[in-house]
Design a protein around this ligand. Structure first.
Ligand SMILES: Nc1ncnc2c1ncn2[C@@H]1O[C@H](COP(=O)(O)OP(=O)(O)OP(=O)(O)O)[C@@H](O)[C@H]1O
Length: 257
């Protein structure tokens, strides 16, 4: 068991490793997420973002390394640590034969709250995310963007201290995305911590105060957004750090003129 002194960190990751067969997905990641920060995790496809976040939130067991949530070890006291975290994960299936309303209420009940509280919070979240009219629809019949929103509601219903959101804006329309940004900003202003992974640099630059750039399972830059972008745009800095831009015309058969 490990309960550290409050070091001002919502998430403290040290020496995280994960291998899938021959593939090293996460290769010794250290990360400090300050309490009350809006933290962006960026990296190219296959960089190890989802694997890192899955290990940080107790969904995937690391081969090595340590994750502390507000000082509580995720892998030694998972119930205590998980109670502090709300997770929107990429690719984990929801109980999609429930209606949207049932799904969120069920998430509330699972976290230990009484039914009237779960019902009230579900109604509040459905309204906040503009999902009231879809509350009675089975989640399996939701669009991709609606599914993201209902999963976000399920992640927030127990009012966690830390929200970890893997690609929360993927498939979400611009108005809903702006609403979600507002909700997350209010949550951070109220003392919560948000970690989001995203491929949209512009969004991360505008929304987040801290950012880490991950490539090939390692952190290549981390800190305040201003420090990481170092006077340039986050997108330019990202390309510089990660590389991989192809300059050329592509194969001849793709050219029509
Ligand atoms: N369950 C698994 N089995 C085998 N390989 C895996 C598994 N999960 C992830 N990987 C591999 O680990 C690497 C990191 O994957 P991960 O999904 O963490 O990247 P990512 O940064 O989230 O990528 P993306 O931006 O494309 O979602 C990739 O090479 C991926 O193919």
């Amino acid at each position: 068991m490990r309960v550290a002194e409050d070091d001002g960190l919502a998430i403290r990751i040290r020496g995280l490793h994960k291998r899938f067969g021959e593939k090293i997905a996460v290769d010794g990641i250290d990360l400090d997420v300050p309490s009350g920060s809006f933290y962006g995790l960026v990296g190219p496809n296959g960089a190890g973002k989802t694997t890192t976040l899955s290990m940080a939130t107790g969904l995937l067991r690391p081969d090595a390394g340590e994750v502390l949530i507000h000082g509580v070890d995720m892998w030694h006291q998972p119930l205590v640590a998980k109670a502090m975290v709300g997770v929107l994960s990429d690719g984990v299936r929801l109980f999609d034969r429930l209606t949207g309303q049932q799904l969120v209420e069920y998430a509330g009940l699972l976290s230990g709250m009484d039914r009237p509280t779960a019902q009230q919070r579900t109604a509040d979240l459905l309204q906040l995310l503009d999902l009231q009219s879809a509350g009675g629809t089975l989640v399996v019949d939701f669009s991709a963007g609606m599914t993201k929103k209902i999963a976000l509601a399920a992640a927030m219903v127990h009012a966690p201290r830390v929200l970890v959101l893997d690609e929360p804006f993927e498939s979400v329309d611009p108005v809903s995305a702006a609403n979600i940004r507002d909700i997350l900003r209010t949550y951070v202003d109220g003392g919560g911590t948000v970690v989001v992974s995203s491929h949209v640099m512009d969004l991360v630059e505008r929304m987040c105060d801290h950012v880490a750039v991950i490539t090939a399972g390692r952190v290549v830059a981390a800190g305040s957004v201003d420090d990481v972008r170092a006077g340039s745009t986050l997108e330019d800095r990202f390309v510089e750090l990660v590389g991989g831009r192809r300059v050329g015309e592509g194969p001849e058969w793709l050219r029509h003129s």
